[in-house]
Design a binder for this molecule. Structure first.
Ligand code: IPE
Ligand code: IPE
Ligand code: MG
Length: 242
């Protein structure tokens, strides 16, 4: 989709995936505990959903907690989980105002039961909205997602539901958590780190990557526009010649 933004005609990526990084450093700079940064970061998520929608983005997927983030202190992990609890409850009303469908990807089996129930309620109550599809990656790891997908494919082959010959790229995609999402066009990582940290490793095969120096709690619509302008400067060849 094309849109005029600040007087410039820009091609808007359909699906933007974000690694929201830098909350801890943002807090440290302020001599505050890491969870202070997570709290500020959670506020920014709310704003960015609205901004993404206003810019015409159809799908926004954010990395909230990785399968590796359990390595952090109990205090930090429980702080993040409590923020999430509040977020999931508040989102029901916000999503209805913003016509936003919210879904969660990742392995739910390790999450507390009340969190899983809140996720199910939020997904259920927002399923009808068709403005922005907002996906939260929670206890998500790209390798773990592939592991779970491969297990499910193997089980279906064994049960005779699919034949081994039917396993093509499309089928593999359909067994991943993101089965109902198009692949991301643009991946943004904040905080200056230039790595994927196990995020959407299958789905990002042909995305454009924009690494930004801003820390996540400082991220604004202006940074999002900058990333979209960066995306517009790229020629997407998908292996062909233009
Ligand atoms: C990202 O910020 C949020 C999560 C991983 C939950 P960090 O907490 O990784 O912040 P830094 O990288 O330590 O600054
Ligand atoms: C990636 O950030 C995970 C999330 C943003 C949720 P990390 O801060 O965990 O990644 P590393 O450890 O720097 O690679
Ligand atoms: Mg980090």
């Amino acid at each position: 989709m094309e849109k005029i933004i600040d007087g410039e005609k820009l091609n808007i990526p359909e699906h933007v995936a974000i690694i929201m990084d830098g909350n801890g450093r943002w807090a440290k700079k302020r001599l505050m505990p890491r969870n202070f940064g997570h709290k500020a970061g959670a506020k920014v998520v709310e704003q960015i959903c609205e901004d993404a929608h206003s810019l015409g983005i159809k799908y926004l997927t954010v990395y909230a907690f990785s399968t590796e983030n359990w390595k952090r202190s109990v205090e930090e992990v429980s702080g993040i989980m409590n923020l999430l609890r509040n977020y999931l409850v508040d989102s029901i009303e916000r999503a209805s105002k913003n016509n936003m469908r919210v879904r969660v990807i990742g392995d739910r089996t390790a999450l507390d039961k009340d969190i899983v129930e809140k996720i199910e309620e939020l997904e259920d109550k927002t399923a009808q909205y068709d403005g922005l599809t907002f996906t939260i990656a929670l206890n998500y790891g790209g390798r773990d997602e592939l592991r779970r997908g491969i297990k499910a494919i193997t089980a279906d082959v064994k049960a005779g539901k699919i034949s081994e010959d039917a396993i093509d790229e499309k089928l593999i995609s359909s067994y991943l958590d993101t089965s109902d999402l198009p692949d991301p066009d643009l991946m943004i990582r904040t905080s200056g780190e230039v790595r994927l940290s196990n995020y959407l490793i299958w789905q990002l095969a042909y995305a454009e990557f924009c690494f930004m120096d801003v820390l996540w709690p400082d991220f604004t619509i202006e940074d999002l526009k900058e990333a979209i302008r960066y995306y517009n400067g790229k020629e997407r060849r998908f292996g062909g010649v233009k």
